[in-house]
Design a protein around this ligand. Sequence first.
Ligand code: BJW
Length: 230
Amino acid sequence: MAYRRIVVLTGAGISAESGIKTFRAEDGLWEEHRVEDVATPEGFAADPELVQHFYNGRRAQLISDAVKPNAAHIALAELEQIYGASLLLVTQNIDNLHERAGSQNIIHMHGELLKMRCAYTDKIYPIHTNIKVDDRCQCCGMRGALRPHVVWFGEMPLQMDEICDALDACDLFIAIGTSGNVYPAAGFVRQAALSGAHTMEINLEPSAVESAFAEHRYGLASAVVPALVA
Ligand code: BJW
């Protein structure tokens, strides 16, 4: 691949073959929980116990031996070895599988499961166990202040300025394993195309924004991504 600057956007589909559920599949996370209940600030305010339980369970799964990076995560880390800082990996995923595969130049635009945040001071802490609703926050001493360091609907995704700069400067944009239903990430392809970038979608099936992409490769990420990078 002869490109100068690459932006790769990943979604839940890249981690599916590592055993982590996607959101919108028939057996996905939103089949088990209403989005409004577990992925909005209003849901958290109404029932913090339910929301902490939802994320505590996902955190326990992530740190279990069963979940490991797959061939797609590894191929992207190998691509970064070639392109260095000219490749920016933007993930919507809150798991740490890209880092575990070796990626370093990465933005978690929807936050990170292994971090918690004080809702009052925005201070961020690592967490590898459960967050309990009545835990005292280390910085402000308040009970109930700690929340998962994730971006819920209605909240601003993280590091948007850096992402927008990279989209404006890239000549290749690849989206992998994302359904194109959630903005602003679903709009990145249009921004990159406006900057003159070649755009490629890698997914099991056409996404909601597939018509915005110049090129499509459909199949399992663990097969398509390594073949692309080889
Ligand atoms: C495979 C595979 C395999 C499976 N190989 N592929 C109307 C219009 C536009 C926007 C809005 C609107 N109304 C409201 C909004 C804004 C709202 C939004 O987008 N709503 C939509 C529902 C319409 N967005 C927001 O509120 C965002 N904030 C915001 O907009 O702030 C204002 C702003 C303004 C201007 C600029 C910037 C900002 C925040 C969104 C936060 C999303 N949060 C979540 C939860 C994060 C924490 C957690 O993990 O619990 O993020 S929701 C959930 O969806 C999660 C995901 O990151 C995100 C995207 O899901 P993803 O990754 O696409 O997963 P799936 O399951 O949908 O798709 C998986 C795909 O993989 C499928 O296609 C499969 O086929 C495929 N696949 N196996 C390859 N092996």
